[in-house]
Design a protein around this ligand. Structure first.
Ligand SMILES: Cc1cc2nc3c(=O)[nH]c(=O)nc-3n(C[C@H](O)[C@H](O)[C@H](O)COP(=O)(O)OP(=O)(O)OC[C@H]3O[C@@H](n4cnc5c(N)ncnc54)[C@H](O)[C@@H]3O)c2cc1C
Ligand code: SF4
Length: 329
């Protein structure tokens, strides 16, 4: 049986008090929301904080509302409420789909949006028990100094495996945070960094309070595709999010395509606006977009699944995503 280490559990009732606790116990404290990722990771001795600060009781992190041209999503909202909420389902259907494709209903009831945004990266050589990792000699991300995925590599390339960030990025979301230094807001695109050890620019004492998504224009079509071995419970082996804006004549005004679960951060496929702007999404153009996405996607052996399969599915998902987006009213 895997046991948890001893720790003190704090349940603040307001954001100010939570930030105070993070400051007071700096270096030996972590925020916890649903705990669906953090608790297993603590059992694997990947984290062993002496203090946990619970976020679910903070009213400032709750609510899903439409305000000033944005859908505002509280970070402590559960994935189930995100998947089921009428505002999300009507304005951001692909986000509802991404949230509803995470794990299984019991986990989605407990897990939160903030925890999904701050989800630790995953790797075959990392998400293992202490004994397993010790037998292998550990790795760069935790307790060691080598990478088993990229031999001789000096940078961790564990996979960003969260389902909601790719579609939130494609939709142009911003993330609001609070820390003892104050509050700030960053584009979700910039929030993630290509470092598998800590793949966000969030500081350890910084709490994600909400996500803000611009209200989509009437011509915006979206899709979310997820590759996994089973139809439930599995993390993505590849994920792809599309948001394409069409004018009244069905010509492309904007296009965002984000591919994730391959490296340490979601990747926005470049060069698509130049290719597609002003054009209708005809078969030839769809094939060219699929080729661009394939060229720019390079899976690594960070998950025990054939990398060629993961890469070969990129153009398949591009075609499916565009066709699905176009078919939606
Ligand atoms: C069997 C199983 C299957 C899963 N499948 C999937 C899947 O398919 N897709 C997927 O995306 N995830 C999956 N997960 C992972 C996890 O359940 C989700 O990512 C979930 O959204 C994490 O949210 P949480 O509230 O439980 O986070 P926690 O476990 O509480 O926290 C995760 C991390 O985020 C930090 N954190 C949490 N909230 C905040 C905040 N507001 N501000 C700052 N830091 C914060 C914590 O300190 C911790 O480092 C799975 C987990 C399990 C156990
Ligand atoms: S990518 Fe390398 S350093 Fe990162 S967790 Fe995997 S083995 Fe460790």
């Amino acid at each position: 049986m895997l046991r948890l280490h001893p720790y003190e559990y704090h349940r603040p009732r307001e954001l100010e008090a939570a930030l105070e606790l993070l400051k007071e116990h700096a270096g030996d404290v972590m925020p916890i929301a649903g705990g669906t990722d953090l608790v297993p990771n603590m059992k694997h001795r990947l984290f062993a904080p002496g203090h946990l600060v619970a976020l679910k009781g903070l009213p400032e992190l709750h609510g899903i509302v439409e305000r000033q041209g944005e859908i505002v999503l509280g970070a402590a909202e559960s994935l189930s409420s995100l998947a089921d909420h009428h505002l999300v389902r009507s304005h951001l259907p692909s986000l509802a789909r991404a949230a509803g494709a995470i794990a299984h209903p019991m986990i989605r009831n407990q897990a939160t949006l903030g925890g999904n945004i701050c989800l630790d990266t995953r790797c075959t050589y990392y998400n293992q028990t202490f004994f397993w990792r010790e037998a292998l000699g550990f790795c760069l991300k935790k307790d060691g100094d080598v990478c088993h995925v990229v031999r001789g590599g000096t940078r961790c390339v564990a996979a960003h495996s969260a389902d909601t960030p790719p579609i939130l990025m494609a939709l142009g979301a911003k993330v609001d945070t609070a820390s003892p230094e104050g509050v700030r807001s960053v584009e979700l695109d910039e929030f993630f960094i290509a470092d598998g050890i800590w793949n966000t620019q969030r500081k350890p004492d910084e709490i994600v309070t909400r996500l803000r998504v611009p209200l989509p224009s009437p011509g915006l079509r979206t899709s979310y595709q997820k590759l996994r071995e089973r139809r439930s419970v599995d993390f993505p082996l590849l994920s792809l999010a599309l948001a394409v804006g069409l004018d009244g004549d069905d010509r492309v005004e904007s296009i965002a395509l984000v591919v994730a679960a391959l490296g340490a951060k979601p990747r926005r496929i470049g060069g698509l606006e130049t290719l597609a702007k002003g054009e209708r999404l005809h078969d030839e153009l769809i094939e060219e977009i699929a080729r661009q996405a394939y060229r720019q996607s390079n899976p690594l052996d960070n998950i025990i699944v054939d990398i060629e399969w993961r890469r070969a599915m990129v153009p398949v998902f591009v075609r499916r995503a565009i066709r699905e987006a176009l078919a939606r009213p």
